[in-house]
Ligand binder design. Sequence first.
Ligand code: PGA
Length: 271
Amino acid sequence: MAQLTVPLCNAGSKMYVNNRGKNMRTPIIAGNWKLNKTIGEALELAKTLQQGLPTTKFEIVVAPSYIAINKVADFLKNSPIKVSAQDMFWEDTGAFTGTVSAPMIKDAGAKYVIIGHSERRQFFSETDETVNKKIKAALKHDLTPIFCVGETLAEREAGKINAVITTQLDGGLRDLTANDLAKIVVAYEPVWAIGTGKTATPEQAEEVHVLIRETLAKKFGDTANKVSILYGGSVKPSNSKELLSKPNIDGALVGGASLKAEDFLGIIKNA
Ligand code: PGA
């Protein structure tokens, strides 16, 4: 496993380092297909996943492109596999050329929506403020947001993990209540581990998951213990088991390895 020798963030008390609370949370393995797969290819992958799906305690989610959501969701309607969008706009309707709203993706069959992915932040000017608007709109329409946070390598090396993660959490969750938080999934995705083959060690990941849970607990109290926190960044069949065995890692958000049925199913089987 390629691992980066970068400092830990030195955050987190001992409060969340045991497995207490883990079984209160929904374990989730989600595949983010990003800008890949035509409608036909997406259906093909959904079919293979459906056929090979093992019995699992994990909620399995796939996130095709907008245009494939409807076909994939229709195909998976009687399957335990749920469908997510990769993003959405915060307004329901109006003159906002090129965007897709929560009611639209819901109507297409999505149950989840990824919000604030680092690629949206990096390439499409997503900010904590727009993330916050999207999370509120998703909740208003009963979609489950998968809210992504994560630091870059430069931020990690500069010892800023704590500041970056807490700022993203504070901004993204502004004005929300504990009740709202209970309907949100958080994904920790260190930017330096996304699509690079460099995986955070289970210890590095767990440390930030604890930081996230503690930050949520400060803001929202006990509800923090009910929030599923997924890890994302070069998750594959060979490293998923170790990552998922950590007390505060409740699942995985998988990019590259979710594009091949064999790898994605391998991650689910190993979990
Ligand atoms: P990766 O992507 O698994 O290809 O690193 C993860 C993600 O972006 O969600």
